[in-house]
Design a protein. Structure first.
Lengths: 171, 551
């Protein structure tokens, strides 16, 4: 059980509650599901601690449009690695809505999906293995491929733009 | 033809190494078959009834001579000396050993080939008209756009875990030879009122257990905007496609349940937000890809060739082959030569190592090193001088590749069926062989004319039975194979889904049933009518009557 972010293992500083669970003390950092956030928005925003929202498959990230700057973290739940909706949520949040806080993949997060998640804007991965093992998995996953065809918001240079640069240099 | 540059090569190389490590982990017992499954599937490795099967991608059905030769070598070294060309314009090897597959993939990588996009719930290998760049009726060569789609869709980070697999097909000709209307997305090139060439976009076509003809979501999308538009469709599908039931997860179900108007609204709304982004491809880049698919150095020739005409008049078998298998080329003095992988009584789509090597050699000598794979499971030499056709045919004929049956009743599409496939409910290959033998006489085939028989060994419809003029679906009834017949299917620009004629037939009865349908058609056809035309004119009843009488 380790969270990897920015090439290191980080502490779990957030308490995630479900739709009905009791809220922790007001100064604790709290993550609530989107549905609960929409219901209890005003009281949640009035708490002292940090606030985050969890998106589950089927949720619309667009529902957070007015509150993004109030959220320090958004977790996206992958209940099974085969459910790829979260990849679209990542790109919409980062590339369209401009979310700059932590975007954390939780749930069935496996080594072979981490590169794709990173390309879609995720910067933190909650893995079901211990610290060092988790860190090594993320490191290995992120350097397995070095050629990228698709432009996404991750800042990687695509094969196409490298080709264009090369052609320009030859002219 | 497109040649890989160092970026493309690097990507395939890294993928090959990645899979070698994964196989090592599996063979060492570090991961279970269950954990290995998604990894091998992302690399085209399936587990079939008797063995692993390796499916190799042939992007948009285009092969170079050296690539086809290598496919032959792989058949010999890693398999039992043959391969099977599929309705996806791919090739499958049925008997590779798991520990040798990484080496096979390395040998493929040497000729810029791989097994990427041949499995998994990703955007699959893009398919197109096998006559692209050669067809006389073509508006524009679709392959530059196919190559751009290939790159855009290879390891797309957002669309690798879609609700289900996703297939895109493109035609550059109004005469659709790529079955684009029965794909998740079908693209048809055409000109708009302003005289610009672009694409009609169709979505939600497909076969399987719930067949649909695709619906037009946009009449025209310009070339520069094609890729952002595709991304918009895929994003809508990824977000809203059903994931609760594997059999309702294809985009055709989303389109059917929500309606094309609702899906169009969602796609247009999405597209409006990304159309001016980094997926917009400018004219210079498109020109760069068009350049890579520039026509080969055709000679300026008269269209008629005296020797060609003389051979036709002297050799009836050659004349027959020209009649069925040779198609008009856009370049004067050239022709498109179809290489039938449907010898009478043979296994549809199978080719031996030496046959592949022969076709590779012939393509080098006579067709600018260019070979195509068709979704109807044949090969094509797309650019042959008419003056060379006799030499080409003579060589093909010696290797049992000169069968003159393109489009005829024995040019059968068949899935591997229960002889290989873990999903099949009935055998399809033996049935296709028996039908082929029954109708083997060439004069009779020619008299029957174009008649597309397509056989699937289960409801997943890999053999495209829904769009066969006569479709045959093999099912299992209490441990016995039986075969359901559909009539009136069509994969062309006039696409339609066949209708079930009635109760199924036993294995012993089904060939007679097919023959009775053909006999009926011959009896009632009007001049110039193909089977499908007659069916459309008279409907199901006359055919039902010969199948079932008063039953």
């Amino acid at each position: 059980m380790a969270i990897v972010k920015n090439d290191s293992v980080i502490e779990q500083e957030w308490i995630t509650v479900d739709a009905e669970g009791d809220l922790p003390a007001s100064d604790e950092n709290l993550i609530v599901p989107l549905a609960r956030f929409k219901e209890e928005r005003d009281s949640l925003l009035g708490r002292n601690g940090g606030l985050g929202v969890q998106l589950n498959p089927g949720d619309a990230p667009e529902d957070l449009a007015d509150d993004l700057d109030r959220l320090s973290i958004i977790t996206v739940n992958f209940p099974a690695y085969t459910d790829g909706r979260g990849y679209s949520y990542g790109r919409v949040l980062r590339e369209r809505m401009g979310f700059t806080g932590e975007l954390r993949a939780v749930g069935d997060v496996l080594r072979d999906q981490i590169l794709y998640m990173h390309r879609c804007g995720f910067d933190a991965y909650d893995l079901k293995v211990e610290g060092e093992v988790a860190l090594n998995k993320v490191r290995a996953a992120l350097k397995e491929m070095s050629v990228y065809y698709q432009p996404t918001g991750d800042g990687r240079v695509t094969a196409q733009s490298l080709r264009e640069r090369r052609r320009a240099a030859l002219q | 033809m497109y040649r890989y540059d160092d970026f493309d090569r690097q990507l395939v190389h890294e993928r090959t190494e990645q899979f070698r490590e994964q196989v090592k982990r599996r063979l060492a017992g570090d991961i279970t078959e269950e954990q290995f499954r998604p990894l091998r599937l992302m690399n085209g490795v399936y587990l079939q009834l008797h063995a692993y099967m390796l499916r190799v991608a042939v992007p948009y059905g285009t092969l170079r001579a050296d690539q086809l030769r290598q496919l032959g070598m792989i058949a010999r070294v890693y398999d039992k000396g043959y391969g099977h060309f599929t309705t996806r314009q791919n090739i499958q090897y049925n008997w590779p050993k798991l520990d040798e597959i990484p080496d096979a993939l390395l040998d493929l990588a040497k000729v810029e080939m791989h097994a990427i996009q041949t499995s998994g719930n990703c955007i699959r290998n893009t398919t197109t008209d096998q006559y692209a760049g050669a067809a006389a009726d073509e508006i524009e060569d679709p392959r530059p756009y196919c190559e751009l789609i290939r790159q855009w869709s290879t390891f797309h980070p957002e669309f690798t875990y879609l609700p289900r697999k996703f297939k895109i097909a493109v035609t550059g000709s109004p005469n659709d030879r790529a079955a684009v209307k029965v794909h998740d997305i079908g693209l048809r090139m055409h000109q708009n009122d302003a005289g610009e060439t672009g694409f009609e976009v169709m979505v939600g076509g497909g076969l399987g257990r719930t067949p649909f003809v695709g619906k037009t979501i946009r009449d025209f999308i310009g070339k520069n905007d094609l890729f952002s538009y595709l991304e918009a469709i895929l994003r809508v599908y990824n977000r809203f496609g059903r994931r609760d039931n594997k059999y309702k997860a294809r985009i055709k179900i989303l389109v059917h349940e929500e309606g094309i108007d609702k899906i169009r609204e969602l796609v247009e709304e999405e597209w409006a937000q990304i159309k001016d982004g980094s997926l917009r491809v400018d004219d210079a880049e498109i020109a760069h890809y068009i350049e890579q698919f520039a026509p080969p150095a055709f000679e300026a020739l008269f269209d008629d060739d005296a020797d060609f005409e003389r051979h036709k008049s002297e050799n009836r078998r050659f004349a027959n082959w020209v009649r069925s298998n040779v198609i008009e080329h856009k370049q004067s003095g050239y022709a498109i030569a179809n290489v039938s992988l449907k010898p009478i009584g043979g296994i549809p789509g199978d080719a031996t190592d030496t046959q592949m090597e022969l076709v590779a050699d012939l393509s080098e000598k006579y067709s600018f090193g260019d070979v195509r794979v068709t979704h109807e499971q044949n090969l094509v030499l797309p650019h042959v001088k008419k003056a060379d056709l006799f030499a080409v045919w003579s060589e093909l004929d010696k290797a049992n590749l000169g069968t003159a049956n393109l489009g005829y009743v024995t040019d059968i599409i068949s899935c591997p069926g229960l002889d290989y496939c873990a999903l099949a409910t009935a055998r399809s290959i033996p049935l296709s062989q028996r039908i082929s033998e029954r109708f083997g006489d060439l004069d009779r085939q020619h008299d029957i004319g174009e008649l597309k028989i397509k056989i699937s060994g289960c409801i997943n419809a890999c053999g495209h039975h829904h769009v066969g003029h006569i479709g045959i679906l093999g099912l299992d009834k209490r441990g016995k194979e039986f075969y359901q017949i559909t009539l009136g299917g069509d994969a062309s620009q006039d696409a339609s889904i066949g209708k079930i004629a009635g109760a199924g037939f036993s294995e012993a009865e089904v060939v007679d049933a097919i023959e009775s349908l053909v006999t009926k058609y011959i009896d009632i056809r009007e001049s110039g009518e193909r089977f499908i035309d007659t069916y459309r004119r008279v409907g199901m009843d006359p055919f039902k009557e010969v199948l079932y009488g008063d039953r």
